[in-house]
Ligand binder design. Structure first.
Ligand code: IPE
Ligand code: IPE
Ligand code: MG
Length: 251
């Protein structure tokens, strides 16, 4: 991914959200609207991921989290699941070297246990290869469900209590958050969902407590730099109060 950094005239320098999370929705409807099989929408969705990572990096966003496969998506037909897994494999095989060259650090959140071992290896490889990169962090939420993530954290706390290492009264929000899948990353400032649906679908329920939510009608395969910038402009109009009376900048 060789790219020339072009400063965007449309983007005011501040406040650009530090962490943008995206629910990439609408691949199937994009394809259906064109009389194409759903998988074609997923394929074009991968191109939108490439565009978005480049644009986010140019704009100065530090962290992008993308919801690529939910814990509930296993309810889809086996053929579609197979196609989605194939696309993930191909994405890592084809794009990892470019991402690495672009100094992108890849992180994965979601349940790794029980995954196809080859997929598990690819996810580990992506994290290992890019571990020391200090450009954009790309967090891929794969086999991810927020309730499941919180349950995993609660289980770890329960284990510590059972072992006598922790007292129940020591449990607070900070301590629980330390056992989430990427505890070192700041919460998303902005969550974008494409395709017009207005729900979180079990995405980052803990971390979204004070995120700004922007819903755009665009189907994910049509998402581009312009759509991203429009969502950021909407974010920039919002007043973030975090429960207080005075607006604060989240990033
Ligand atoms: C998002 O597009 C991709 C995944 C959830 C894996 P969808 O496949 O949900 O597309 P729609 O919502 O059916 O249009
Ligand atoms: C959410 O989209 C999951 C991903 C984008 C990976 P879905 O299409 O699965 O969500 P629902 O079922 O419409 O809520
Ligand atoms: Mg959907």
């Amino acid at each position: 991914m060789t790219e020339v950094k072009v400063p965007s005239d449309a983007m005011p320098a501040m406040p650009v959200p530090r962490h943008v999370a995206i629910i990439m929705d609408g691949n199937g409807r994009w394809a259906a609207a064109r009389g194409l099989p759903r998988v074609e929408g997923h394929r074009r969705g991968v191109e939108a991921v490439r565009r978005t990572v480049r644009a986010a990096s140019d704009i100065g966003i530090q962290i992008v989290t993308i919801f690529s496969f939910s814990a509930e998506n296993w309810a889809r037909p086996a053929s579609e699941i197979g196609e989605l897994m194939g696309l993930l494999r191909r994405f890592i095989r084809n794009d990892l070297a470019d991402l690495h060259k672009s100094n992108v650090r890849v992180r994965i959140i979601g349940e790794r246990e029980g995954l196809d071992p080859e997929i598990g290896r690819l996810l580990n490889d992506a994290e290992e290869l890019t571990r020391d990169n200090d450009g954009l962090t790309l967090v891929v939420a794969f086999n991810y469900g927020a309730r499941q993530e919180i349950v995993r954290a609660a289980r770890r706390l329960a284990e510590q209590v059972a072992a006598g290492a922790l007292s129940p009264s020591d449990i607070d929000t900070d301590r629980l958050a330390r056992f989430l899948d990427a505890p070192d990353l700041p919460d998303p400032d902005l969550i974008i969902r494409t395709s017009g649906e207005q729900r979180l679908s079990n995405f980052l329920l803990w971390q979204s407590a004070y995120s700004e939510l922007v819903f755009v009608p665009t189907y994910w395969p049509d998402f581009d730099r312009g759509t991203l910038e429009a969502a950021i402009r909407e974010y920039q109009q919002r007043e973030r109060r975090f429960g207080g009376l005075v607006a604060k900048t989240g990033s």
